[in-house]
Design a protein around this ligand. Structure first.
Ligand SMILES: Cc1cc2nc3c(=O)[nH]c(=O)nc-3n(C[C@H](O)[C@H](O)[C@H](O)COP(=O)(O)OP(=O)(O)OC[C@H]3O[C@@H](n4cnc5c(N)ncnc54)[C@H](O)[C@@H]3O)c2cc1C
Length: 309
Protein backbone atom coordinates (compact mmCIF):
# COMPACT_ATOMS: atom_id res chain seq x y z
CA UNK A 1 0.00 0.00 0.00
CA UNK A 2 1.46 3.33 -1.05
CA UNK A 3 -0.62 5.83 0.91
CA UNK A 4 -0.98 6.96 4.53
CA UNK A 5 -4.10 6.34 6.59
CA UNK A 6 -5.33 9.15 8.86
CA UNK A 7 -6.05 8.28 12.51
CA UNK A 8 -9.64 7.16 13.18
CA UNK A 9 -11.92 6.13 16.07
CA UNK A 10 -13.35 3.22 14.09
CA UNK A 11 -11.25 0.36 12.72
CA UNK A 12 -8.99 0.09 9.70
CA UNK A 13 -7.60 -3.19 8.44
CA UNK A 14 -4.97 -3.24 5.74
CA UNK A 15 -4.96 -5.84 2.95
CA UNK A 16 -8.38 -7.11 4.06
CA UNK A 17 -9.95 -9.96 2.01
CA UNK A 18 -13.42 -9.00 0.82
CA UNK A 19 -14.89 -12.33 -0.34
CA UNK A 20 -16.47 -13.00 3.06
CA UNK A 21 -18.25 -9.64 2.94
CA UNK A 22 -20.15 -10.39 -0.27
CA UNK A 23 -23.08 -12.69 -1.05
CA UNK A 24 -21.13 -14.25 -3.94
CA UNK A 25 -18.20 -15.07 -1.61
CA UNK A 26 -15.59 -14.11 -4.20
CA UNK A 27 -13.01 -11.36 -4.53
CA UNK A 28 -9.52 -10.33 -3.49
CA UNK A 29 -8.46 -7.90 -0.75
CA UNK A 30 -8.98 -4.17 -0.31
CA UNK A 31 -5.78 -2.17 0.26
CA UNK A 32 -7.61 -1.02 3.40
CA UNK A 33 -11.07 -1.60 4.87
CA UNK A 34 -12.41 1.20 7.08
CA UNK A 35 -15.35 0.74 9.47
CA UNK A 36 -16.10 4.26 10.75
CA UNK A 37 -17.39 4.70 14.30
CA UNK A 38 -19.92 7.36 13.25
CA UNK A 39 -20.53 10.13 10.70
CA UNK A 40 -17.99 12.53 12.31
CA UNK A 41 -15.30 9.84 12.20
CA UNK A 42 -16.11 9.18 8.52
CA UNK A 43 -16.06 12.89 7.63
CA UNK A 44 -12.74 13.52 9.42
CA UNK A 45 -11.16 10.49 7.73
CA UNK A 46 -12.24 11.56 4.24
CA UNK A 47 -11.12 15.16 4.81
CA UNK A 48 -7.65 13.96 5.86
CA UNK A 49 -7.17 11.14 3.31
CA UNK A 50 -4.98 12.00 0.28
CA UNK A 51 -7.54 13.09 -2.37
CA UNK A 52 -5.76 10.88 -4.92
CA UNK A 53 -6.73 7.68 -3.05
CA UNK A 54 -9.81 5.91 -4.40
CA UNK A 55 -12.66 5.25 -1.97
CA UNK A 56 -15.33 2.59 -2.51
CA UNK A 57 -18.45 2.36 -0.32
CA UNK A 58 -19.74 -1.14 0.22
CA UNK A 59 -23.07 -2.23 1.67
CA UNK A 60 -23.62 -5.89 2.50
CA UNK A 61 -22.36 -6.98 -0.91
CA UNK A 62 -25.62 -8.43 -2.27
CA UNK A 63 -25.23 -6.76 -5.67
CA UNK A 64 -21.49 -7.08 -6.15
CA UNK A 65 -18.83 -9.19 -7.78
CA UNK A 66 -15.48 -8.11 -6.34
CA UNK A 67 -12.81 -9.21 -8.81
CA UNK A 68 -10.08 -11.66 -7.76
CA UNK A 69 -7.31 -9.01 -7.56
CA UNK A 70 -9.34 -6.99 -5.02
CA UNK A 71 -9.90 -3.23 -4.73
CA UNK A 72 -7.17 -0.59 -4.79
CA UNK A 73 -7.71 2.21 -2.29
CA UNK A 74 -10.00 2.27 0.74
CA UNK A 75 -13.24 0.29 1.00
CA UNK A 76 -15.67 1.83 3.48
CA UNK A 77 -18.31 -0.30 5.16
CA UNK A 78 -20.79 1.21 7.58
CA UNK A 79 -21.76 -0.72 10.72
CA UNK A 80 -23.29 -0.19 14.15
CA UNK A 81 -22.97 3.62 14.19
CA UNK A 82 -25.15 3.81 11.09
CA UNK A 83 -28.08 1.47 11.64
CA UNK A 84 -30.59 3.45 13.70
CA UNK A 85 -34.22 3.46 12.51
CA UNK A 86 -36.56 6.31 13.57
CA UNK A 87 -40.23 6.65 12.74
CA UNK A 88 -42.14 9.91 13.08
CA UNK A 89 -45.61 9.72 11.50
CA UNK A 90 -45.15 8.97 7.80
CA UNK A 91 -41.43 9.78 7.91
CA UNK A 92 -39.16 6.74 8.29
CA UNK A 93 -35.45 7.57 8.69
CA UNK A 94 -32.84 4.84 8.61
CA UNK A 95 -29.05 4.73 8.79
CA UNK A 96 -27.36 3.55 5.60
CA UNK A 97 -26.18 0.34 7.30
CA UNK A 98 -29.69 -0.67 8.42
CA UNK A 99 -30.87 -3.77 6.58
CA UNK A 100 -33.80 -3.26 4.20
CA UNK A 101 -35.66 -6.12 5.89
CA UNK A 102 -35.33 -4.53 9.36
CA UNK A 103 -36.56 -1.18 8.06
CA UNK A 104 -39.59 -2.82 6.41
CA UNK A 105 -40.45 -4.72 9.61
CA UNK A 106 -40.05 -1.72 11.93
CA UNK A 107 -42.13 0.45 9.58
CA UNK A 108 -44.88 -2.21 9.41
CA UNK A 109 -45.03 -2.43 13.22
CA UNK A 110 -45.62 1.34 13.23
CA UNK A 111 -48.34 1.06 10.56
CA UNK A 112 -46.18 2.31 7.67
CA UNK A 113 -45.84 0.50 4.37
CA UNK A 114 -42.28 -0.13 3.18
CA UNK A 115 -43.10 -3.80 2.59
CA UNK A 116 -41.34 -3.80 -0.80
CA UNK A 117 -38.01 -3.68 1.09
CA UNK A 118 -38.73 -6.85 3.10
CA UNK A 119 -37.29 -9.40 0.66
CA UNK A 120 -34.37 -7.36 -0.66
CA UNK A 121 -31.26 -8.62 1.14
CA UNK A 122 -29.27 -5.36 1.07
CA UNK A 123 -28.68 -2.31 3.26
CA UNK A 124 -30.31 1.12 2.93
CA UNK A 125 -27.13 2.60 1.39
CA UNK A 126 -27.16 -0.07 -1.33
CA UNK A 127 -30.93 0.31 -1.78
CA UNK A 128 -30.54 4.04 -2.51
CA UNK A 129 -27.60 3.56 -4.85
CA UNK A 130 -29.38 0.78 -6.79
CA UNK A 131 -32.89 2.31 -6.55
CA UNK A 132 -33.82 -1.13 -5.23
CA UNK A 133 -37.34 -2.34 -5.67
CA UNK A 134 -39.68 -5.21 -6.24
CA UNK A 135 -43.37 -5.99 -6.60
CA UNK A 136 -43.86 -2.70 -8.45
CA UNK A 137 -42.40 -0.28 -5.86
CA UNK A 138 -38.94 1.27 -5.93
CA UNK A 139 -36.96 3.40 -3.46
CA UNK A 140 -37.59 6.42 -5.72
CA UNK A 141 -41.36 6.10 -5.06
CA UNK A 142 -41.02 6.76 -1.31
CA UNK A 143 -37.71 8.65 -1.10
CA UNK A 144 -37.75 11.96 0.82
CA UNK A 145 -34.07 12.89 1.34
CA UNK A 146 -30.67 11.43 2.17
CA UNK A 147 -27.45 12.43 3.86
CA UNK A 148 -23.99 11.75 2.51
CA UNK A 149 -20.38 12.55 3.25
CA UNK A 150 -18.52 13.81 0.17
CA UNK A 151 -15.07 12.56 -0.82
CA UNK A 152 -13.59 15.71 0.77
CA UNK A 153 -15.40 15.11 4.07
CA UNK A 154 -18.33 17.52 3.86
CA UNK A 155 -21.75 16.38 5.16
CA UNK A 156 -24.49 17.16 2.60
CA UNK A 157 -28.25 16.62 2.20
CA UNK A 158 -29.39 15.08 -1.08
CA UNK A 159 -32.77 15.36 -2.80
CA UNK A 160 -34.31 13.05 -5.41
CA UNK A 161 -33.08 15.49 -8.11
CA UNK A 162 -29.52 15.08 -6.85
CA UNK A 163 -29.72 11.28 -7.02
CA UNK A 164 -31.40 11.05 -10.48
CA UNK A 165 -33.14 7.74 -9.77
CA UNK A 166 -33.62 5.47 -12.78
CA UNK A 167 -34.31 1.75 -13.25
CA UNK A 168 -32.03 -0.04 -10.75
CA UNK A 169 -29.63 2.90 -10.45
CA UNK A 170 -29.01 6.39 -9.10
CA UNK A 171 -26.10 8.77 -9.52
CA UNK A 172 -23.70 9.58 -6.74
CA UNK A 173 -20.29 11.23 -7.27
CA UNK A 174 -17.37 8.82 -6.88
CA UNK A 175 -16.19 8.41 -3.29
CA UNK A 176 -19.33 9.87 -1.68
CA UNK A 177 -20.78 7.79 1.14
CA UNK A 178 -24.52 7.76 1.90
CA UNK A 179 -25.03 7.78 5.66
CA UNK A 180 -28.80 7.84 6.06
CA UNK A 181 -32.10 8.19 4.21
CA UNK A 182 -35.66 9.30 4.92
CA UNK A 183 -38.75 7.87 3.27
CA UNK A 184 -42.36 9.00 3.30
CA UNK A 185 -44.21 5.73 3.78
CA UNK A 186 -47.93 5.28 3.11
CA UNK A 187 -50.08 4.08 6.02
CA UNK A 188 -51.19 0.47 6.43
CA UNK A 189 -52.66 -1.90 8.98
CA UNK A 190 -49.73 -3.59 10.80
CA UNK A 191 -51.29 -7.07 10.66
CA UNK A 192 -52.07 -6.75 6.94
CA UNK A 193 -48.55 -5.46 6.20
CA UNK A 194 -47.06 -8.39 8.14
CA UNK A 195 -49.20 -10.83 6.17
CA UNK A 196 -48.13 -9.26 2.86
CA UNK A 197 -44.46 -9.54 3.80
CA UNK A 198 -44.89 -13.21 4.76
CA UNK A 199 -46.54 -13.88 1.38
CA UNK A 200 -43.71 -12.09 -0.46
CA UNK A 201 -41.08 -14.16 1.38
CA UNK A 202 -42.89 -17.39 0.51
CA UNK A 203 -43.17 -16.37 -3.15
CA UNK A 204 -39.44 -15.55 -3.28
CA UNK A 205 -38.46 -18.90 -1.83
CA UNK A 206 -40.68 -20.66 -4.34
CA UNK A 207 -39.36 -18.87 -7.45
CA UNK A 208 -35.79 -17.81 -6.64
CA UNK A 209 -32.63 -19.48 -5.27
CA UNK A 210 -32.68 -17.37 -2.08
CA UNK A 211 -30.24 -19.62 -0.21
CA UNK A 212 -27.55 -19.84 -2.90
CA UNK A 213 -24.51 -17.63 -3.39
CA UNK A 214 -25.89 -15.12 -5.88
CA UNK A 215 -26.19 -11.34 -6.25
CA UNK A 216 -29.85 -11.32 -7.27
CA UNK A 217 -30.77 -10.55 -10.89
CA UNK A 218 -27.63 -10.65 -13.01
CA UNK A 219 -28.92 -8.61 -15.96
CA UNK A 220 -31.50 -5.81 -16.17
CA UNK A 221 -34.75 -6.60 -17.88
CA UNK A 222 -34.43 -4.91 -21.32
CA UNK A 223 -36.96 -2.08 -21.45
CA UNK A 224 -39.19 -0.66 -24.14
CA UNK A 225 -39.62 -3.42 -26.75
CA UNK A 226 -42.63 -3.90 -29.03
CA UNK A 227 -43.32 -7.19 -30.78
CA UNK A 228 -45.85 -5.58 -33.16
CA UNK A 229 -44.10 -2.24 -33.72
CA UNK A 230 -47.14 -0.41 -32.26
CA UNK A 231 -46.50 2.38 -29.73
CA UNK A 232 -49.29 1.05 -27.45
CA UNK A 233 -47.60 -2.35 -27.27
CA UNK A 234 -44.29 -1.33 -25.69
CA UNK A 235 -43.26 -3.62 -22.82
CA UNK A 236 -40.19 -4.81 -20.96
CA UNK A 237 -38.61 -8.14 -21.81
CA UNK A 238 -37.62 -10.66 -19.14
CA UNK A 239 -33.88 -11.30 -18.96
CA UNK A 240 -34.47 -14.83 -17.58
CA UNK A 241 -36.60 -15.72 -20.60
CA UNK A 242 -34.01 -14.46 -23.09
CA UNK A 243 -31.34 -16.49 -21.24
CA UNK A 244 -33.50 -19.60 -21.27
CA UNK A 245 -34.30 -19.17 -24.99
CA UNK A 246 -30.56 -18.90 -25.67
CA UNK A 247 -30.15 -22.32 -24.02
CA UNK A 248 -28.18 -20.95 -21.07
CA UNK A 249 -30.35 -21.96 -18.07
CA UNK A 250 -28.09 -24.21 -15.98
CA UNK A 251 -25.00 -23.44 -18.11
CA UNK A 252 -21.76 -23.54 -16.11
CA UNK A 253 -18.13 -22.47 -16.28
CA UNK A 254 -15.71 -23.49 -13.52
CA UNK A 255 -17.70 -23.08 -10.31
CA UNK A 256 -20.14 -20.58 -11.86
CA UNK A 257 -23.63 -21.53 -13.01
CA UNK A 258 -26.76 -19.85 -14.39
CA UNK A 259 -29.15 -21.09 -11.72
CA UNK A 260 -31.45 -23.93 -12.81
CA UNK A 261 -34.23 -22.48 -10.59
CA UNK A 262 -34.06 -18.95 -12.05
CA UNK A 263 -31.98 -18.46 -15.20
CA UNK A 264 -31.07 -14.80 -14.45
CA UNK A 265 -29.34 -15.70 -11.15
CA UNK A 266 -25.61 -16.19 -11.69
CA UNK A 267 -24.47 -18.52 -8.91
CA UNK A 268 -21.26 -19.52 -7.17
CA UNK A 269 -21.82 -23.25 -6.70
CA UNK A 270 -18.88 -23.44 -4.28
CA UNK A 271 -15.47 -22.93 -5.82
CA UNK A 272 -16.10 -20.19 -8.41
CA UNK A 273 -13.66 -17.34 -8.84
CA UNK A 274 -14.86 -13.87 -9.75
CA UNK A 275 -13.29 -14.50 -13.17
CA UNK A 276 -15.46 -17.64 -13.66
CA UNK A 277 -18.60 -15.70 -12.75
CA UNK A 278 -17.82 -12.76 -14.99
CA UNK A 279 -16.77 -14.98 -17.92
CA UNK A 280 -20.00 -16.99 -17.69
CA UNK A 281 -22.01 -13.76 -17.58
CA UNK A 282 -20.23 -12.51 -20.71
CA UNK A 283 -20.84 -15.84 -22.46
CA UNK A 284 -24.56 -15.49 -21.66
CA UNK A 285 -24.59 -11.94 -23.08
CA UNK A 286 -22.95 -13.26 -26.28
CA UNK A 287 -25.41 -16.15 -26.69
CA UNK A 288 -28.45 -13.95 -26.02
CA UNK A 289 -27.21 -11.45 -28.58
CA UNK A 290 -26.66 -14.21 -31.16
CA UNK A 291 -30.11 -15.68 -30.45
CA UNK A 292 -32.29 -12.58 -29.99
CA UNK A 293 -30.20 -9.58 -31.13
CA UNK A 294 -30.48 -8.04 -27.66
CA UNK A 295 -27.45 -6.86 -25.66
CA UNK A 296 -28.15 -7.63 -21.99
CA UNK A 297 -26.83 -5.08 -19.50
CA UNK A 298 -25.25 -6.17 -16.22
CA UNK A 299 -27.24 -5.28 -13.12
CA UNK A 300 -24.64 -6.80 -10.77
CA UNK A 301 -21.83 -4.29 -10.20
CA UNK A 302 -18.39 -5.70 -10.93
CA UNK A 303 -15.65 -3.84 -9.12
CA UNK A 304 -11.91 -4.07 -8.51
CA UNK A 305 -9.01 -5.58 -10.42
CA UNK A 306 -8.60 -8.99 -12.07
CA UNK A 307 -6.04 -11.34 -10.50
CA UNK A 308 -2.49 -10.80 -11.69
CA UNK A 309 -1.49 -13.42 -14.28
C1 LIG B 1 -31.21 -13.23 -3.38
C2 LIG B 1 -31.18 -11.79 -3.84
C3 LIG B 1 -32.36 -11.18 -4.23
C4 LIG B 1 -32.36 -9.83 -4.65
N1 LIG B 1 -33.53 -9.24 -5.01
C5 LIG B 1 -33.55 -7.93 -5.36
C6 LIG B 1 -34.80 -7.27 -5.68
O1 LIG B 1 -35.87 -7.84 -5.65
N2 LIG B 1 -34.76 -5.97 -6.02
C7 LIG B 1 -33.59 -5.26 -6.07
O2 LIG B 1 -33.62 -4.06 -6.38
N3 LIG B 1 -32.40 -5.87 -5.79
C8 LIG B 1 -32.36 -7.17 -5.44
N4 LIG B 1 -31.17 -7.78 -5.14
C9 LIG B 1 -29.89 -7.03 -5.30
C10 LIG B 1 -29.40 -6.28 -4.05
O3 LIG B 1 -29.92 -6.86 -2.86
C11 LIG B 1 -29.77 -4.81 -4.10
O4 LIG B 1 -29.18 -4.15 -5.22
C12 LIG B 1 -29.34 -4.07 -2.83
O5 LIG B 1 -29.92 -2.79 -2.83
C13 LIG B 1 -27.82 -3.93 -2.68
O6 LIG B 1 -27.56 -3.45 -1.36
P1 LIG B 1 -26.16 -3.79 -0.63
O7 LIG B 1 -26.19 -3.15 0.68
O8 LIG B 1 -25.91 -5.25 -0.66
O9 LIG B 1 -25.14 -3.03 -1.60
P2 LIG B 1 -23.77 -3.58 -2.22
O10 LIG B 1 -24.06 -4.77 -3.08
O11 LIG B 1 -22.76 -3.73 -1.19
O12 LIG B 1 -23.39 -2.34 -3.16
C14 LIG B 1 -24.18 -2.03 -4.28
C15 LIG B 1 -23.86 -0.61 -4.72
O13 LIG B 1 -24.28 0.30 -3.72
C16 LIG B 1 -23.21 1.14 -3.32
N5 LIG B 1 -23.37 1.43 -1.89
C17 LIG B 1 -23.68 0.59 -0.88
N6 LIG B 1 -23.75 1.24 0.29
C18 LIG B 1 -23.46 2.53 0.03
C19 LIG B 1 -23.34 3.70 0.81
N7 LIG B 1 -23.55 3.71 2.14
N8 LIG B 1 -23.04 4.87 0.18
C20 LIG B 1 -22.84 4.91 -1.14
N9 LIG B 1 -22.92 3.84 -1.95
C21 LIG B 1 -23.24 2.66 -1.37
C22 LIG B 1 -21.95 0.33 -3.61
O14 LIG B 1 -20.83 1.20 -3.78
C23 LIG B 1 -22.35 -0.35 -4.89
O15 LIG B 1 -22.18 0.57 -5.96
C24 LIG B 1 -31.15 -9.11 -4.71
C25 LIG B 1 -29.95 -9.75 -4.30
C26 LIG B 1 -29.96 -11.06 -3.87
C27 LIG B 1 -28.67 -11.71 -3.44
Amino acid sequence: MTFDLPPVRGTITENRPLAGLTWMRVGGPADALFLPADEDDLAAFLAALDPGVAVFPMGVGSNLIVRDGGIRGVVIRLGRGFNAIEIDGARVTAGAAALDAHVARRAAEAGRDLTFLRTIPGSIGGALRMNAGCYGTYVADVFAEARAVTRSGEVVTLTAEDLCFAYRQSTLPEGWILTRASFDAPPGDPAALEERMAAQLAKRDETQPTRDRTAGSTFRNPAGFSSTGRADDVHDLKAWKLIEEAGMRGASLGGAQMNPKHANFLTNTGAASAADLEALGEEVRKRVFQNAGIALEWEIMRVGEPAEK
